[in-house]
Design a protein around this ligand. Structure first.
Ligand SMILES: *[C@@H]1O[C@H](CO)[C@@H](O)[C@H](O)[C@H]1NC(C)=O
Ligand SMILES: *[C@@H]1O[C@H](CO)[C@@H](O)[C@H](O)[C@H]1NC(C)=O
Length: 260
């Protein structure tokens, strides 16, 4: 019985061209995925295109390099001062390389996802000025109680990369998903810009996508909940400002519930 079910699912996956999340077949899709006529969830045109039955059918996904143009990228990083270490580190090419490594099939994303992700990148790094947290090495961000992702002796898990990935459990979880040993080599996030952007894409798929239907505010809560409920309204407003700006540049409606 179980076997039959598995092979049926496998065949249906083949028929539906690309089965992104086999476990949510028959349209118990996450709200940001499209359900196609075969009852499978996914985000490519095979799901959200003409065969789309429910979900964000009208949201069209496009190859990531069509959205993150050189002009879009430069519009952000050009605002970082010349003394910024990030200016010689983050590049559009390394972002696209990360996207190609990150997505197993084609890097189809929506404009809203890119606006959301880059709004957080800009806020976290001040327009790609910073690679590492200022004075980060004075704090090691080690949660000793986390046995699943134990800290490596002598390593520090301070904020690094476009999202300022911090804490051993985040380095551990992210590294596991990327196939990189970021617990033993956390400094990779600050020394290889492809890896740095891979951590950003990890955030996109794990945090942004599942929350996007709740509005931008939910993604602020996920990245730094302490800013919400008046915790740091300046920071929240800055994130919303970048988000609106990028939505405008990319020609998409920012939607509702922007604040948190
Ligand atoms: C970082 O450390 C230097 C020297 O100890 C200090 O002058 C500076 O204010 C610190 N910066 C931040 C952001 O904490
Ligand atoms: C940076 O990381 C990427 C992805 O893990 C890898 O393919 C590349 O070889 C690395 N570059 C350098 C200079 O180590």
């Amino acid at each position: 019985m179980a076997l039959t079910k598995i092979s049926l699912v496998f065949l249906l996956c083949l028929f539906s061209f690309y089965c992104e999340t086999a476990k949510s077949q028959y349209c118990g899709c996450s709200p940001i995925l499209c359900c196609n006529q075969f009852g499978f969830c996914g985000s490519s045109t095979a799901f959200c295109g003409s065969s789309c039955r429910s979900g964000p059918c009208r949201i069209s996904r496009e190859p990531v390099d069509k959205i993150v143009t050189q002009k879009f990228f430069d519009g952000i990083i050009s605002q970082a001062g010349n003394g910024c270490p990030g200016k010689r580190f983050y590049t559009r090419d390394s972002f696209l390389e990360a996207a190609n490594l990150f997505f197993d099939v084609t890097s189809y994303v929506t404009r809203l996802e890119i606006a959301t992700m880059f709004a957080h990148f800009t806020r976290e790094t001040s327009n790609f000025c910073y690679i590492e947290e200022l004075n980060g090495s004075s704090i090691n961000y080690c949660d000793e109680n986390n046995n699943q992702y134990p800290c490596e002796q002598g390593k520090s898990y301070f904020g690094r990369g476009p999202l300022q990935l911090a804490w051993n459990y985040n380095y551990g979880q992210c590294g596991q998903s990327l196939g990189l040993d970021l617990l033993r080599q956390p400094e990779l996030v600050g020394s290889n810009s492809t890896v740095a952007f891979q951590t950003g894409l990890w955030f996109l798929t794990n945090t942004v996508r599942p929350l996007l239907n709740q509005g931008f505010g939910a993604t602020i809560r996920a990245i730094n909940g302490m800013e919400c409920n008046g915790g740091n309204s300046g920071a929240v407003n800055a994130r919303i400002g970048y988000y609106r700006d990028y939505c405008g540049q990319l020609g998409v409606d920012p939607g509702l519930n922007l604040s948190c």
